[in-house]
Design a protein around this ligand. Structure first.
Ligand SMILES: [Zn+2]
Ligand SMILES: [Zn+2]
Length: 304
């Protein structure tokens, strides 16, 4: 809720006219409580989990060669009912865990100082904060994910997320309830260290989930705009982690590639890509198959 009753009061407070974005924000949020604004995240997450993976469902159902050549594990195909089952499982977890977690974390959001007022942050400020949030999330998630691959962590918690050896968009948030709670920490840490505006917080929660859906999409599209982000892992990178499964000692990072590079946990992946490249070159004279296939004898090299 904004501490101004009218736009004139806001203008007096700022000492300047409101920008168009600030006027829109004033009109939308002035009479709404901070808690209500924060709860928008629940609606955004529901829409993102439900709608963003949908185009991938159509692509999978169409079985068009045009798209199929970008499928990372082309020999794995899920039926509509299998994908719908994944969505239903995710929605059950959404209602039982994700939604309530959002509700109970409101006091912490207030405590760290997420603002809803005016002025609004500049685009530059929003982009800088989002970059910091992604980097903090990536680093913290990397170590938690590595821990989840120890025997106890995998068998008791992380095994659920790895039920999809060939992931699909809907499977991005598919995990044990405890993993959802634990991985809430890396997501929250960035805003806690560098708190920003509620709009930045909304964007952060939304973009992080969209990124997770992309990396679980099962397709490595050459036109994905994320390819322009330096050190971005992407679908092929995380797909390999799911393909290897429990034994995986590769590609733990959730967003970027540099943690795995620095700590030597991308060796299996790099070796695997090298083998694929060689196989592709050898098969060229007989007509190479488009798109990478994981169905080649390879091994996930341990980092140690
Ligand atoms: Zn894993
Ligand atoms: Zn995953």
């Amino acid at each position: 809720m904004l501490p101004f009753n009218t736009i004139e009061e806001a203008v007096t407070f700022l000492g300047r006219n409101l920008t168009m974005a600030e006027t829109l924000w004033f009109n939308y949020s002035a009479k709404k409580s901070d808690f209500y604004l924060y709860c928008h995240n629940i609606l955004f997450l529901f829409l993102i989990f439900s709608l963003v993976p949908l185009p991938l469902v159509f692509v999978e159902m169409m079985k068009s060669l045009e798209f199929h050549k970008y499928k990372i594990q082309p020999k794995v195909s899920l039926s509509f009912s299998e994908m719908f089952k994944c969505y239903k499982d995710v929605m059950r977890m959404f209602v039982l865990v994700v939604g309530p977690l959002q509700l109970v974390s409101y006091p912490s959001v207030k405590m760290i100082g997420i603002q809803t007022g005016l002025p609004l942050p500049s685009v530059w400020e929003i982009l800088s904060q989002l970059t910091v949030y992604f980097m903090i999330e990536d680093y913290t998630n990397y170590w938690i994910h590595r821990f989840l691959h120890c025997k106890w962590g995998y068998e008791n918690i992380h095994r659920v997320h790895h039920e999809y050896a060939a992931p699909i968009g809907f499977a991005a948030p598919y995990a044990h309830w405890l993993e959802i709670l634990i991985l809430g920490i890396p997501s929250f840490l960035g805003p806690a260290i560098a708190p920003g505006h509620m709009i930045t917080f909304w964007l952060w929660i939304a973009l992080r989930q969209i990124e997770a859906i992309e990396t679980h999409s099962g397709y490595d599209f050459p036109w994905a705009p994320t390819r322009f982000i330096p050190f971005y892992g992407g679908a092929d990178y995380h797909d390999y982690h799911h393909y290897v499964g429990e034994q995986s000692q590769s590609n733990f990072a959730s967003v970027f590639t540099y943690c795995d590079y620095i700590y030597g946990t991308d060796k299996g992946y790099r070796y695997h890509k090298k083998v694929l490249r060689k196989l592709k070159e050898q098969s060229k004279p007989n007509g190479a198959q488009n798109g990478a296939s994981y169905y080649v004898p390879t091994q996930d090299l341990k980092s140690e």
